[in-house]
Design a protein around this ligand. Structure first.
Ligand code: TYD
Length: 235
């Protein structure tokens, strides 16, 4: 019996031409992500702590704040976590699509989506967003494909990158003493950091962007974020 040869997966290239099978994604209507603060960083960079601190400060100023994170705690996000905890095994591309599906639901779900929360006057503070996908999934899948499956998601008004060295992150992860998740590996985190730096070097002007050296103390990082927020139109 003769088998037909097939193209190995690693040869797959996603060019603007063969991406035309995603027209709805690429030409999708974009919502206005005003009053939204996204915090990004490597695993162990302390983004969750900073998200809570910012939210507290904003609330103390009398603002209506909604804190959230990706992957979410909604059904698709829960499935993502099972993959991260190695309870479900799948391909990197399927995981990338799950992250993207979780994000679509996070933004556009009619009941609890961020689009609705923004319309209702909340300031959103989110621990991770599409930049995580481009940094993490872009480290193990074709990065152009990852950008394409995230093209429906607009930039937020505010973006903070807490930049820590992959070595420092690994040290913090080791100290936690828990079973390591899928991406908690030094070489991988190095690639992720490169992808973060690369994508943040070409953000549109309308995004208020803050780079922070994450080797500083929690209090110093908090102060830096707060002073910066006061210079933007959020407060
Ligand atoms: P997170 O919940 O921030 O980490 P932790 O469990 O340590 O609090 O994120 C979980 C992991 O998911 C983290 O390794 C980053 C990764 N991730 C992606 O790979 N792609 C994505 O799009 C997102 C949102 C997260």
């Amino acid at each position: 019996m003769k088998f037909q040869s097939f193209t190995p997966k690693s040869d797959l290239q996603f060019t603007p031409n063969n991406l035309t099978f995603f027209p709805a994604v690429i030409n999708g209507e974009k919502m206005n992500m005003k009053n939204t603060i996204v915090i990004e960083g490597l695993d162990g960079a302390g983004t969750t702590t900073q998200m809570r601190l910012i939210a507290k400060r904003l609330e103390d100023e009398g603002k209506k704040v909604f804190i959230t994170h990706e992957p979410t705690d909604y059904p698709i996000g829960r499935m993502v976590r099972e993959v991260l905890q190695k309870k479900i095994k799948t391909t990197p591309e399927a995981l990338a699509l799950l992250f993207s599906a979780d994000r679509d639901d996070h933004l556009y779900n009619k009941e609890y989506g961020l689009e609705k929360m923004i319309d209702d006057g909340f300031i959103i503070v989110t621990d991770r967003y599409k930049y995580s996908s481009i940094a993490y999934q872009g480290a193990e899948c074709d990065i152009e494909y990852i950008k394409a499956i995230n093209s429906r998601f607009p930039h937020p008004s505010h973006l903070i990158f807490v930049d820590t060295t992959p070595e420092a992150c690994m040290e913090r992860i080791e100290k936690r003493g828990c079973e390591k998740e899928l991406f908690e590996r030094l070489e991988f985190l190095k690639k992720v950091r490169e992808n973060y730096i690369e994508q943040f070097s070409s953000l549109p002007e309308e995004v208020n962007y803050l780079y922070i050296n994450g080797d500083k103390s929690i209090e110093e990082v908090e102060e830096e974020i707060w002073s910066w927020l006061k210079t933007t139109n959020l407060l």
